[in-house]
Design a protein. Structure first.
Lengths: 71, 160
């Protein structure tokens, strides 16, 4: 899953620790999501979307081909 | 979007995590719960060793032996309860790392428990059942360390 989390965080000049605190997760979790090594749970994805006042699909995007496979 | 100048400027301006923060990836709550579990696990190890040594006097001092075994059992129950509490309250990534590590430990323990007798029949040195638990714990610790390394890696692993 690709995401725009790093960009959105950068726009607000938040550190990973700042974002982690706002989301109630560890900094390691934020880092793993940003680097694409970990896909967040649905509740966390909703929390992220709500924090940035965006839709989930505006932040997270499946890797190319994943959506097509399910169509 | 990536080439958008304001965004690039914002990315450059993003504060790096403090050096102390880099080494402490878990939240304070998780670290506290993990420390509690480790303390109880250490207590269990000590009581277990005490009980194992105390077995020498199981005929001359049966009450002491029963007491030591009961204490070891109690310590094991407390350690397990503490680990469950830690796992339930853990950050979701940490929970995933721990679950995968537990699966590795369980798998290694299962393989050893099932295959060791066969290897022994083929002439391999006799290990006995005693080594299954330590091997499980070593595999679990390795899985935990490996999982932390895996999810902490990546191009932005410095917290920028």
């Amino acid at each position: 899953m690709k995401n725009r989390l790093r960009q959105l965080r950068a726009e607000r000049t938040w550190s990973q620790g700042d974002l982690a605190e706002r989301l109630g997760v560890s900094r390691q979790t934020v880092n793993a999501i940003e680097t694409g090594r970990y896909d967040p749970s649905l509740p966390l994805a909703f929390r992220i979307a709500r924090l940035f006042t965006l839709g989930i699909e505006a932040i997270f995007e499946p890797e190319t081909g994943v959506v097509d496979e399910w169509r | 979007m990536a080439g958008d100048p304001p965004v690039e400027a914002a990315k450059r301006a993003v504060p790096e995590s403090a050096p102390a923060e880099r080494g402490c990836a878990h939240s304070a709550r998780d670290a506290r719960a993990q420390r509690r579990f480790r303390n109880l696990a250490a207590l269990f190890s000590i009581v277990y060793l005490g009980a194992a040594v105390g077995m020498r006097w199981r005929y001359s001092l049966p009450v002491l032996s029963y007491g030591l075994v009961a204490a070891a059992t109690l310590a094991a129950v407390f350690a397990t309860w503490s680990y469950l509490r830690f796992l339930r309250g853990a950050d979701e990534l940490l929970r995933r790392i721990e679950t995968e590590a537990l699966a590795l430990g369980f798998g290694v323990g299962l393989v050893l428990a099932i295959l060791t007798p066969l290897f022994e029949k083929l002439g391999a040195p006799r290990l006995g059942g005693f080594w299954v638990a330590p091997a499980m714990m070593i595999a679990w610790s390795f899985g935990s360390w490996r999982g932390s390394r895996h999810f902490a890696g990546g191009r932005d692993g410095d917290g920028a």
